[in-house]
Design a protein around this ligand. Structure first.
Ligand code: PAN
Ligand code: ZN
Length: 190
């Protein structure tokens, strides 16, 4: 067998995912972001500071399985975003472009309700609803952010090119164009 340069041969493996709870057993990395990691992302910064002072709750957890970071390999993860609001804005992930911008991503929602917000560098915006069974395709070049508009965790399985990387800086500067806020008890994108 001829190996392509830059792509390692590794042994096949499997991992167990608790579909009901939204957790991966023995992930290689577990990233946990709290309210204090979200400064600068919500419209109501004072509401966020009150939340941080009141115990700095977890916003979301990402359980990742990371094969070699090489062309041809595939990363996959479980993203578990808790329910809640900062002022009237629903809990959300930071959001990012991929560092290798021409790489896409698949999200399969396993539990909960919400939206995937997406935007391009030239100002296009899209939102796709999340509910159990919704598979959202995030094409190359689109920044992406999950928003939980429900009362239970929003859990998604995600998969993307291993060499994609995460670029948080550009979207922090640009913002996502629109936010998901609660009005009269219902989510509104504006
Ligand atoms: C996901 C995200 C995950 C957390 O695995 O990384 O939902 O969101 P942030 O990375 O924006 O904090 C993904 O899109 N990976 O590429
Ligand atoms: Zn991504």
């Amino acid at each position: 067998m001829q190996l392509a340069s830059g792509t390692s041969l590794i042994q096949p493996f499997s991992v167990e995912i608790d579909l009901a709870e939204g957790a991966m057993a023995n992930p290689q990395t577990l990233t946990r972001r709290r309210a204090s990691d979200m400064r600068g992302h919500y419209a109501d910064g004072e509401a966020l500071e009150r939340l941080i002072a009141a115990g700095d709750p977890v916003h979301y957890e990402v359980f990742e399985c990371l094969p070699p970071e090489e062309y041809g390999h595939i990363f996959f993860c479980i993203s578990r975003l808790l329910p809640g609001k900062v002022g009237s804005e629903y809990f959300m992930t930071k959001g990012h472009y991929h560092t290798v911008a021409h790489t896409g991503e698949l999200y399969l929602c396993l539990r909960g309700t919400g939206f995937m917000l997406m935007k391009t560098a030239d100002g296009q915006f899209a939102a796709q609803p999340f509910h159990r069974g919704a598979m959202v395709y995030c094409p190359p070049y689109w920044a992406h952010r999950s928003v939980n508009t429900g009362t239970e965790p929003l859990v998604s399985f995600c998969s993307y090119n291993a060499e994609a990387g995460h670029n948080y800086g550009d979207i922090e500067k640009e913002g996502f164009i629109k936010r998901v806020l609660e009005f009269d008890g219902k989510p509104v994108i504006r």
